[in-house]
Design a protein around this ligand. Structure first.
Ligand code: FE2
Ligand code: FE2
Length: 329
C-alpha cells in the first residue's frame, strides 16, 4: 500500500539522517532533513537573528552619551557588529526555505521571540560595561557551543560571530575596569549595574533542563551540545573570578565554591520574573517593539531606493550583455 510504503521510506530516511548526525556530519541546505528539524532551526536561528537586531537598541541608547570619542567609536562598532550578526543569521535561516520578509513580519507582528535580556533598560554608562561583560559573555557560552551545531550554515555563521563577541565581552569588561579604578561614585555605578544585570544574564540560558521543552530533541539532533544548566554553570564559573578582579560583589548570598562538585553553587533564579518578561511584561518590551516598528516604517524609503537601484543595475547589465551577444552573433 502506498501509505505504508511512504512510512517505511520516512523511517529509513529518518534513520539515515540520525546516523549522519551521530557521525558528526554537517547537514547542508539541500540535504534531506525531517520537517521538525527544519522548523526547530528556523525558530531558533530567527530568534537568534531577532535578538541581535533588537539587542542594538539598549546599547544604541548610549551612543550619543558615550563619555569619550574612543568609547563612542567602540560602541558604534559594536552595535554595527550586532547588525551584521543579525544579517548572517537571517541568511542562514533563509537556506532552510523561509524568506527574510516573512521573518521580519513575524517580529513586527510580535509573533516572534527575541532574547528577553534586551527588555531591560540601560540606565547608566556602567550598564554598557555590564552588557558587554555579562550579556555578550553569556551569549559566547551559547555561541561557542553552536560553532559545532549540526546544521552547516548556522555553525559557519557562528564561527565569524564568536570572534566578534569575544571582543565585545572584553570591551565591556574594560569599561567596568576603568570605572572601578575611578571615583567612589564610579565604582558604585559599576556595582549597581552588576546588581541589575546579574540575574537577567543567568536567565539568558533559559529554563532549567527539567522544564526546557525543546532541549532533549535538540540535543539528540546535536543542534545543542550542552544543556541550559550546563551552560549556565559554565558561565557562573567563568564570571565569578572576573568579578573578583573588578572588586565587585555578585548579588547572590548563596554563591559559593563547592569543592566536591568543582563548581560554584548559586541561588535560585526568580522564574516568575523570567516568565513575566518572556510573556511581554518586562520593563522595556513595549518600548523595544515600538522602536523596531518605527525603524522599519521609517526605513521603507531606503529599502525601496535600494530595490530600485538593484533593478536599474540589472537592467543595465542585461542591456550590456544583449549588446555583447549581438556582437558575437
Ligand atoms: Fe552578536
Ligand atoms: Fe555582541
Amino acid at each position: 500500500m502506498p501509505a505504508e510504503g511512504k512510512t517505511i521510506e520516512n523511517a529509513d530516511l529518518l534513520k539515515a539522517f540520525q546516523e549522519r548526525i551521530d557521525r558528526d556530519e554537517k547537514i547542508e541546505p539541500k540535504d534531506w532533513m525531517p520537517d521538525a528539524y527544519r522548523q526547530t532551526l528556523i525558530r531558533q536561528i530567527s530568534q537568534h537573528a531577532h535578538s541581535e537586531v533588537i539587542g542594538m537598541l539598549p546599547e544604541g541608547n548610549w551612543i550619543p552619551r558615550a563619555p569619550s570619542l574612543r568609547r563612542k567609536a567602540a560602541l558604534i562598532a559594536k552595535v554595527q557588529d550586532e547588525a551584521g550578526h543579525g544579517l548572517y543569521l537571517y541568511s542562514a535561516a533563509e537556506t532552510l526555505g523561509i524568506d527574510r520578509e516573512t521573518l521580519y513580519q513575524q517580529l513586527l507582528a510580535g509573533k516572534a521571540k527575541y532574547s528577553s535580556i534586551f527588555n531591560y533598560p540601560t540606565l547608566t554608562w556602567a550598564d554598557i560595561g555590564a552588557v558587554g561583560w555579562l550579556v555578550d559573555g553569556a551569549a559566547i557560552m551559547n555561541q561557542v557551543m553552536l560553532t559545532r551545531t549540526s546544521y552547516g550554515p548556522y555553525a559557519r555563521a557562528m564561527v565569524r560571530i564568536c570572534k566578534e563577541e569575544s571582543f565585545h565581552q572584553r570591551q565591556g569588561y574594560e569599561i567596568l575596569l576603568t570605572l572601578v579604578r575611578g571615583s567612589e561614585e564610579q565604582k558604585a555605578m559599576a556595582q549597581d549595574a552588576l546588581d541589575r544585570w546579574w540575574w537577567p544574564s543567568l536567565m539568558m540560558f533559559g529554563p532549567n533542563d527539567a522544564e526546557s521543552v525543546h532541549s532533549a530533541q535538540s540535543m539528540a539532533w546535536r543542534i545543542k551540545r550542552k544543556s541550559n544548566d550546563e551552560l549556565r554553570q559554565q558561565f557562573v564559573d567563568a564570571t565569578v573570578p572576573q568579578a573578583e578582579v573588578l572588586g565587585l560583589q555578585i548579588p547572590d548570598a548563596d554563591l559559593k565554591w563547592n569543592e566536591d562538585r568543582g563548581h560554584y553553587d548559586f541561588g535560585e533564579i526568580d522564574w516568575n520574573e523570567f516568565w513575566s518578561v518572556v510573556h511581554g511584561n518586562g520593563p522595556c518590551n513595549r518600548e523595544r517593539m515600538a522602536a523596531y516598528q518605527d525603524a522599519h516604517a521609517n526605513g521603507a524609503w531606503v529599502r525601496e531606493a535600494a530595490m530600485a537601484y538593484a533593478e536599474k543595475r540589472q537592467m543595465r547589465k542585461n542591456e550590456t550583455t544583449g549588446k555583447i551577444d549581438l556582437q558575437v552573433a
